[in-house]
Design a protein around this ligand. Structure first.
Ligand code: PLP
Length: 403
């Protein structure tokens, strides 16, 4: 790559190659248990999608295989508003939807529209790594607010906002995953959600509510969406069908005030013209036929069992070595090892010697870079693999801490 360095743009030089992804390539074709990924369990995929795809191509060929509007297929956008409404996400008369190629594109569009080089973005710490990478690529710097089991600590946020209000360049954007967060699994309490909205009002901030996981929590949660609590058009809500139908269809969506969302639509025109028309038709039909809701229920049941396996295994093998979060949903738990340890430096050894892979937590902490952390995935491995994987991680950690 370096031979072409002189040709590449300044922006490209902000891209970060993932060393972790390189390391994880070592796991391919080997007897390594991976707790590193973030894939859905294919058993949640619904075989009826085959019939739907066939039927749509037969009956709707003229439309489903055609170009479609940048913001999304008109009927599908209405379906998404109805879907949001049915899940308790407030949709106002001023709101509009843009359909995206997964939430990843939604994040990219939001960053492209909202961030100038040098802008400060407020994030949870830890936070979703791919969002950090997108924001960084657009020149953002980060103000990181710690989270605990009740999500972002809004009292810390308040104090920081007060301090930053004296700066010449004030932050204008907060990004968070309030429910079943990636990577920590924590869910923000109702009280903090309300506090966050108040602070956004007081300090004139926009909020990105990134929400891939709220539809299949393992226990009921008594919280409102930030989008629902919002009274003045400050929340850009985004979600995806990746975890509740299929990531391969690549369909996400953004819901927010029409005037704001129109910028995202404009930005999308020069990226990919529109999201796959066929995928949108398939999902529209899957929603109508109850397949999305059925997938949600399968995901809830299956991932709950796996979450429990992970929690049990951590208790059995790591009780004296670490603390961890107990997620009410999502795919992950974050482990904080007690003691001086660099989980990133140990990755190679974990794979080579112990036959287990995890994601070192450091990169999820854009400011504090906590080295004693790792993200463990429970959605993809089987319960047996989860238990054995955690046992192996514990062996490694125990050896390094000399316990
Ligand atoms: C918090 C969060 N946001 C966004 C995404 C992107 O999902 P997709 O692009 O598949 O919709 C993910 C995927 O893991 C995620 O965990």
């Amino acid at each position: 790559m370096d031979g072409y360095r002189r040709f590449v743009s300044k922006r490209t030089s902000l891209f970060r190659a993932s060393e972790i992804r390189e390391l994880l390539k070592l796991t391919e074709g080997r007897d390594v248990i991976s707790l590193a990924g973030g894939l859905p369990d294919p058993r949640v995929f619904d075989p009826r999608l085959a019939d739907i795809a066939k039927e749509i191509i037969e009956k709707e060929r003229d439309h489903a295989l055609q170009y479609s509007p940048t913001a999304g297929v008109t009927e599908f956008r209405q379906t998404l508003k109805d879907f949001a409404d049915s899940k308790g996400i407030k949709v106002t008369a001023d709101d509009e939807v843009v359909v995206t190629a997964g939430s990843q594109e939604a994040l990219f569009l939001a960053a492209r529209v909202l961030i100038d080089p040098g802008d400060k973005v407020i994030v949870e710490e830890p936070t979703y790594l791919a969002a950090v990478n997108v924001f960084r690529e657009h020149g953002a710097t980060f103000e990181a607010i710690p989270i605990d089991s009740e999500g972002m600590q809004t009292d810390v946020l308040e104090e920081r906002l007060r301090r930053m209000s004296k700066d010449e360049k004030k932050p204008k954007l907060i990004y968070l995953v309030p429910t079943s967060q990636n990577p920590s699994g924590s869910t923000m309490s109702q009280e903090r959600r309300k506090h966050l909205i108040e602070l956004a009002e007081e300090y004139d901030l926009l909020i990105i509510e990134d929400d891939p996981y709220s539809f299949f929590t393992f226990e009921p949660i008594q919280v409102d969406y930030l989008k629902t609590l919002d009274k003045s058009g400050r929340v850009l809500y985004m979600s995806t069908f990746s975890k509740i139908l299929s990531p391969g269809l690549r369909v996400g969506w953004v819901l927010g005030p029409r005037d704001l969302v129109s910028y995202l639509e404009l930005s999308k025109q020069t990226i990919d013209l529109h999201t796959s028309t066929l995928s949108q038709y398939i999902i529209m039909e899957a929603i109508k036929k109850g397949i999305v809701d059925a997938t949600i229920e399968r995901a809830r049941a299956l991932y709950k069992i796996k979450r429990d396996s992970m929690m049990d295994a951590l208790e059995e093998y790591m009780m004296d070595l670490a603390d961890w979060t107990r997620p009410v949903g999502g795919f992950f738990t974050m482990v904080y090892v007690n003691g001086e340890i660099d989980m990133k430096a140990l990755m190679y050894e974990a794979i080579e010697k112990y036959g287990v892979a995890y994601v070192p937590g450091e990169s999820f902490f854009p400011v504090s870079k906590k080295k004693n952390t790792m993200r463990l995935n429970f959605s993809y491995p089987s319960p047996d693999q989860i238990v054995e994987g955690v046992r192996r991680v514990a062996l490694l950690v125990r050896e390094k801490l000399g316990k």
